[in-house]
Design a protein around this ligand. Structure first.
Ligand code: ASP
Length: 368
């Protein structure tokens, strides 16, 4: 079912902004990124600027029927410096303002936006309000900026309610150019196009045109009532091993023997395949027997790991590797950080890696 905000300033009959005439209250959390950057006149490089600059450049915000509050990072960052401490700061701002706000818009650089979106989706248990992450490819002060449109649309998405007064979006999502994507299904696919994100294994939550067309059938539906519970601890003793033809035994063994490592995502070929060389299978088995959680995800951006399809995949899965199914790299690595951060027993970490916690993977029995 699709519901539409035709002209966002004049809500369609089945979507409202605010309840009983109340203006929705949305908090903007500004972390940095190109959207708030300005050119250094000396070096000609883009550097983060302060938030006043951002609002000064979007006078149209005053036309929205929304009460906007904002908080910002003390030092706005290029998102390539993003780390779990920053995720904690974002989650804390959401927790502290959760009851007084109807939704949140996080302004973030595009480079690691999909990681932050995935991490927050796990950290914010029982989230029942929109957390819409957006940014831009061009700074908001640039004449051709995409930042203004993204910011305004993100605010409108974050303030949309249904007829029952519930927020339409009740999950972490990325709004970029023409689409609203589930955060933990998204990937940055272009460093140039305005349409910079895609979700290759899950449909758009909304498409943006003249109206905002929400796809109700694929939005996350929570049992309403649970209190927001924020999980702050993320364990970063995790890593990727990205396979390529010719990868050497000494390299793989060296990586598996990384001191302190607890979880490894192997990025395999096609439907979850890797070399059948005995040393490769043995290296994985040894890692698993030492208590390392090893997860198989595909280098293909579309489709799922199906280890039973080829003997090359069967050999890997026999070692006890967990199938990451159709998870993105971003969703898989942050999920490991989250599960280890919760101090769960290793068998529980393995079990939950193969299950959908908040819509990040497709379980065979339940497509969405
Ligand atoms: N390097 C920038 C960042 O991720 C790129 C952007 O915002 O688009 O912060």
């Amino acid at each position: 079912m699709t519901t539409t905000v035709r002209n966002p300033l004049q809500p369609a009959s089945d979507i409202m902004h605010g309840e009983k005439g109340e203006r929705p209250k949305i908090m903007i959390i500004y972390t940095g990124g190109t959207i708030g950057m300005i050119e250094n006149p000396v070096t000609r490089t883009l550097e983060p600027f302060n938030f006043d600059h951002l609002l000064e450049n979007v006078p149209k915000l005053r036309l929205l029927d929304i009460d906007i509050e904002s908080v910002e990072f003390e030092h706005p960052i290029d998102s390539s410096s993003m780390n779990p401490d920053h995720w904690k700061d974002i989650a804390k701002a959401i927790e502290e303002n959760y009851n007084k706000c109807d939704g949140f818009v996080v302004l973030h650089g595009t480079d690691t936006m999909a990681y932050t979106a995935s991490a927050l989706s796990y950290m914010l248990e029982n989230l029942d309000k929109p957390v819409i992450i957006t940014g831009s490819q061009l700074p908001i002060g640039d004449v051709r900026t995409d930042g203004e449109e993204n910011l305004i649309t993100a605010l409108q998405v974050a303030s949309a309610r249904d007829r029952q007064g519930n927020m339409v979006v009740r999950e972490v999502a990325i709004l970029f150019e023409d689409f609203l994507w589930r955060g933990n299904r998204s990937t940055k696919h272009s460093s140039d196009n305005f349409c910079a994100f895609s979700s290759n294994n899950y449909p758009a939550l909304a498409s943006i045109g003249l109206g905002i067309h929400f796809n109700q059938d694929v939005l996350l539906k929570h049992p309403v009532g649970g209190e927001l519970k924020v999980h702050y601890d993320m364990d970063t003793n995790v890593m990727f091993i990205d396979l390529f033809p010719g990868i050497q035994e000494n390299v793989v063994r060296h990586l598996f023997n990384t001191p302190g490592i607890r979880g490894i995502i192997i990025k395999t070929f096609g439907a979850g395949n890797g070399p059948n060389d005995p040393w490769f299978i043995q290296a994985i088995s040894e890692a698993i027997s030492k208590g390392i959680v090893v997860v198989n995800i595909s280098q293909c951006v579309n489709g799922s790991v199906q280890p039973e399809l080829y003997s090359a995949g069967i050999e890997i899965s026999k070692t006890g590797v967990i199938s990451g199914k159709d998870m993105t790299s971003e969703a898989a690595i942050t999920k490991l950080m989250y599960l280890f951060g919760r101090q769960l027993p290793i068998e529980e970490v393995k079990k939950q890696m193969g299950e959908s916690l908040c819509g990040e993977l497709t379980e065979s029995s339940a497509p969405y």
